[in-house]
Design a protein around this ligand. Structure first.
Ligand SMILES: Nc1ncnc2c1ncn2[C@@H]1O[C@H](COP(=O)(O)OP(=O)(O)OP(=O)(O)O)[C@@H](O)[C@H]1O
Length: 279
């Protein structure tokens, strides 16, 4: 349950101007944020999981973090949404240290939303009810406006008019798109995907990539993806960071990463069955 409602955590919404007088003041238009990770370290007991991570993600960028299993990708993602706290170093979002108490007169804070591997939808609710959950829980605006917002978010993921379908009737790809629509309902400045194609076949993965790419054109948000699926990450990302044994070993455009001479990258790209062997 905790996971399912992550995007609705109080505290992820702060001082924002309202886009509409019908909605609560916090519910403004999204604005892609800049993320700057500086000298971040994290250990669990004796295990040093994240080692001197430095990374900049630009506003509006679609950025993927790739790398072998167990190298700290999810732990890094959790730091960005404050589910983990670093031992040293920090993360700035639009110049504000997210681990410091909120400064007085901070110009604005950010909203984030996470799409989980499992989609984490409520099967007993309809598609529209799932998408509208946070809006209704937070009483963001009038019921009529909530319905319009639900319709709009479903349109953005190619599910226009599907409000009344039951979640249990949906294919895996549709579930994923409903999960994205539900995340979009809070107008996030930052959307994070944890292994978005983990349960999808290649064709459905392509469909999902198209949805995420079309969002980039229509919505002003920053996108961070953690994925093992190299073809997916390379296809839709502006830039990619490769993490290995807790360190960022390369950051670049997909074509720069493909051309890298770094032996650890070559090994990862060309020796995994999920990689791009044969290219
Ligand atoms: N809360 C925790 N307590 C102790 N160890 C943890 C915790 N969270 C993660 N770890 C450890 O940190 C390391 C990195 O885990 P993480 O989940 O970030 O890897 P990953 O790169 O995302 O792997 P995968 O691709 O398989 O999901 C692993 O060794 C994991 O066991």
């Amino acid at each position: 349950m905790m996971e399912k409602l992550l995007h609705g955590f109080p505290g992820s919404v702060f001082e924002r101007e309202s886009a509409s007088c019908e909605c609560i003041p916090d519910y403004g238009e999204p604005s892609g944020v800049e993320i700057r990770i500086v000298d971040l370290n994290k250990s669990f007991g004796e295990t040093h999981v994240l080692k001197d991570i430095n990374l900049e993600i630009k506003p509006g960028e679609t950025f993927s973090i790739i790398g072998p299993s167990g190298t700290g990708k999810s732990v890094l993602l959790k730091h960005i949404v404050k589910l983990e706290k670093p031992d040293s170093g920090t993360i700035y979002i639009d110049g504000h240290d997210i681990f410091e108490p909120k400064e007085k007169n901070t110009p604005r804070e950010y909203r984030y939303s996470m799409v989980f591997q499992t989609s984490a939808l409520f099967n007993s609710l309809s598609v529209g009810e799932n998408v509208g959950l946070w809006l209704r829980e937070k009483r963001v605006c009038t019921e009529a406006r909530i319905r319009r917002i639900i319709g709009e978010k479903l349109r953005l993921v190619g599910l226009e008019g599907k409000e009344n379908m039951m979640t249990s009737e949906l294919s895996g790809g549709m579930k994923k798109r409903v999960a994205i629509a539900r995340s979009l309902a809070m107008n996030p400045d930052l959307i994070l995907y944890d292994e978005p194609t983990a349960e999808l076949d290649p064709i459905t993965s392509d469909e999902l990539a198209r949805v995420i790419m079309s969002l980039k054109k229509e919505v002003n948000l920053t996108t961070v993806i953690v994925s093992h699926d190299l073809n997916f990450a390379f296809h839709l990302s502006d830039r990619v960071a490769m993490i290995n044994e807790g360190r960022i070993i390369e950051v670049g455009t997909p074509s720069e990463i493909r051309k890298s001479d770094n032996p650890a990258i070559k090994k990862f790209l060309y020796t995994t069955t999920k990689g791009i062997a044969g290219d």
